[in-house]
Write a protein that binds this ligand. Sequence first.
Ligand SMILES: [Zn+2]
Length: 366
Amino acid sequence: MLDHEPPTGAYKFPSSPIVAEDEPHPDRRERVENIRAMLEYCFPDENRYVEPPEADHTEIERVHDPEYVGWLETFCADGGGRIEDTATGCNGATADAARYAAGAAIAAAEAALDGSKTVPYALCRPSGHHAQPSCADGFCFYNNAAIAAEAAVAEGVDRTAIIDWDVHHGNGTQAAFYDRDDVLFVSAHNDHGSWHDEYHPQEGSLDEAGRDEGEGYNVNVPLPPGTGDRGYDRLFERIVDPIVSAYDPDLILVSSGQDAGPADPNARNLVTRDGFRNLGARLRTLAEKTADGQFALIQEGGYQTSHLSFATLGVFEGVLDRRIDLDHYGYDDPFGRFDEPTALVDEWLEEAVEYHGQYWDWDSVT
Ligand SMILES: [Zn+2]
């Protein structure tokens, strides 16, 4: 997964004469290398690494069209490159990397279900939640979380909840399960909307709530720029906890992108290590309450390569109910320096509560 390398350019976009020197694409291998270094440093005795198997065509094609899978394999075999003028691109190693990322997500879901009570974590690169059934999108090629959920369905799991706290809308996951009620999808994200009429039509808005049997089971929660630790705590309190509790899943998968951090170049939110610690703790409590403790973390975005590892450490501190005193940093976050617009955040969250209230009975579970 380290060998995947998107093309250089002007930030994430193609080269341009207005930029004197091309720079690396924001999906850099250092992202996952730093996460691993942080976890090895902080949990030297508890970590156990497992090399994932590649996902096979049967597993991938539960989500993706065979025609798209064939196209990606050929495109990469020919050396890859930028996909038209989008921010998404690959090299010769990307198709293999995407198969291993999907395989890691499946292995994490299986570990969540095997009764061992570990904390399964798929350190995926490339990420998955923007990848739609028939196209790559937003640095993603195969939808790792969706493929893992489908693997759980194939194993006989009746109800899977995917919680997506990556700061971007999980449009690909939404598309994969939009008309189904056996996979609940809850995505909280900045309101960036659609970024392309043709290949990314989803807006991530409240009224994209699912259709047919899936109506009400696609829960989008747009968040205003500047949402921070308090806003995400309230997001869980007001929306994620009640809806996931009412759904009562057998398995929770988390699209765990830590790009809601205050220094992320691809986002506008302010969640610190402390805020991610709280998300991890809330996740553990929710999983114990609703899913017999069965959950798995699947890595999505996060592009400030130093803060990503602090944020991910926070998630693990919360999930494990541990605090790690880091040299020079203590329990703090070196990037936490802004205040969030609390009134605006609350206003948006209450709009979401009102909207989703047509499908979910809060009073029965709170
Ligand atoms: Zn993201």
